[in-house]
Write a protein that binds this ligand. Sequence first.
Ligand SMILES: [Zn+2]
Length: 288
Amino acid sequence: MIVTRFAPSPNGPLHLGHAFSAVVAHDLARACDGRFLLRIEDIDGARSRPELAEEFRADLAWLGLEWEEVAPQSSRVARYAEAAERLRAMGLLYPCRCTRAEIAKIATTAGPDGPVYPGTCRGAAIDTTSGRVAWRLDVAEAMRRAGPLAWVDALHGEQAAQPDRAGDVVLVRKDTETPASYHLAATLDDAVDGVTLVTRGMDLFAASHVHRLLQALLGLPVPVWHHHALLLDAKGQKLAKRRESGSGGAGLADRRRAGAAGRALAQALRERRLPAGITLSESLHPAP
Ligand SMILES: [Zn+2]
């Protein structure tokens, strides 16, 4: 059975890009009589606004989608902590206090998500008893233990896993109360929720290399991925969450309240008929 999910963070209103992503995930599941899940990724500390989750449900219903909602991330933190502890016990995590600005200064290579952390704190004696630290994955050692890995993107074919391209990613963040970064939380959640087809935008393609490695380390089932094209604004930029404007009027809740037809919008997105000023990024370009 195909199981897909839409997993928005309630830190800003949904926009057309989210609608596209939700429609893609919904339709892929429905085409095979599968399940389409909604998971609220609400572990973003003070940036998470619970009232937005209710808006998201209203947005999805307005688009004419039906879903099963699974537990929000905020209810799963014990599982994240336990997984982090397992990786720590395996000697695969190390503490780091470097700030974003410091990393930008010392990084010598650029990865898919900006400057690649050069591993400064790996093997260093960092006092973890006072103040907060982030915990990073020792990717080289993790890859050595896991051996060669591959994963399949339904649109882009088989990929040899290259998690080292992103450097030693943070698995436990220091800036929130939550014992997990996106990488760790999403990977665990998809396994627990039985997601078999992970659908998301091409901007997260590189993250999937890391997630494949985490699945190997933690003994999790391996899904298939489907990285879809992104909706771009008139400047060719990926649509972004903006609290006030809802992405220049592209916010779903704004459209819904203004009386726009949600099902018609969903159908237009299915047929790649996009509103003026919005384009679709090339979906089948070589893997980044
Ligand atoms: Zn560091």
